[in-house]
Design a protein around this ligand. Structure first.
Ligand SMILES: [Zn+2]
Length: 282
């Protein structure tokens, strides 16, 4: 044992007291009554033999398990913090594959997207989840967001209403910085695309963000109530240049027919929103 080990053992064993059943061995050192390994060792210090406390085998094992549990706890806390930052609608944090009841037929493809994430990322493969309200598009997208964040991927799930609100209060330089900050996320998920304000300013900002994403060659997932034919036949050029980019980056996945699971998910999202927005849970 070197000095560092001895000092570590001394500090480690501050909390380990002699317990009932501990006994002195023939070598006059203290032994643990449970695991029968030493709780003391001899150490030469300044030409004197000293006895120092050391961890017995069962105490070492107990501390190893505590340390492992601490690491797991910290990793979970880190993921929870990431989700709180990266999934802006907190109700969606509950939308996970684990909470899926299996009645959404498209969910298998969401799992495949996550399983093949490295390839999706490299190929800049986005998704366009389109269909009526309540068909599970948001649930599907949030499952992907949650699963990828759990794997350590950097994901931002937001919507254009939130982005435009934020941009409105910013000066030009800060606006550019804010848009650039969204490109730091490997995956950007825009929920409810197409319901944002239709002003010239709004359309310009939406285009800027989609175009930045396109130029950055980073994947984009969009959920929208707009039909694929609306996206392919836009009403004017301002919409056309936005939709053209989205269609170039995202593979369309169709969602049809509201089902129980989707309704349940919508209800769950609403109830979670109530909890979070009421401030009674964080
Ligand atoms: Zn022991």
């Amino acid at each position: 044992m070197d000095t560092a080990d001895v000092l570590k053992n001394i500090s480690d064993t501050v909390w380990q007291e002699s317990e009932d059943g501990d006994y002195k061995g023939q070598d006059d050192l203290l032994y643990c009554g449970k695991c029968h390994t030493r709780k003391e060792a001899r150490y030469m210090f300044m030409n004197k033999v000293m006895k120092v406390h050391v961890l017995c085998a069962c105490e070492s094992e107990k501390r190893r398990i505590e340390e492992e549990e601490r690491k797991i706890r910290e990793a979970k806390e880190q993921i929870a913090r990431m989700k709180a930052t990266c999934i802006q609608d907190r109700g969606l944090i509950e939308c996970t594959f684990a909470n899926d009841d299996g009645s959404l037929p498209q969910i298998a493809s969401a799992k495949r997207y996550v399983e093949t994430w490295q390839e999706r990322k490299a190929n800049n493969d986005g998704l366009l989840l389109w269909g009526d309200v309540g068909t599970g598009k948001t649930f599907y997208a949030a499952c992907i967001a949650n699963a990828l964040i759990e794997q350590g991927a950097s994901v931002l799930m937001t919507n254009f209403s939130k982005i435009l609100n934020k941009l409105t209060g910013l000066y030009s330089d800060d606006r550019n910085e804010f848009i650039a900050s969204m490109m730091q996320y490997t995956l950007l998920i825009i929920d409810d695309f197409g319901i944002e304000r239709n002003t010239e300013y709004a359309l310009e900002q939406v285009y800027n963000i989609i175009d930045e994403r396109y130029k950055s060659k980073l994947p984009l997932i969009v959920t929208t109530n707009l039909s694929i034919s609306t996206l392919k036949n836009p009403e004017d050029t301002a919409h056309k240049r936005i939709y053209d980019r989205v269609l170039a980056m995202c593979v369309p996945v169709k969602f049809v027919g509201a089902n129980h699971r989707a309704k349940d998910a919508e209800a769950k999202i609403k109830s979670c929103k109530g909890i979070f927005e009421g401030g009674s849970a964080v």
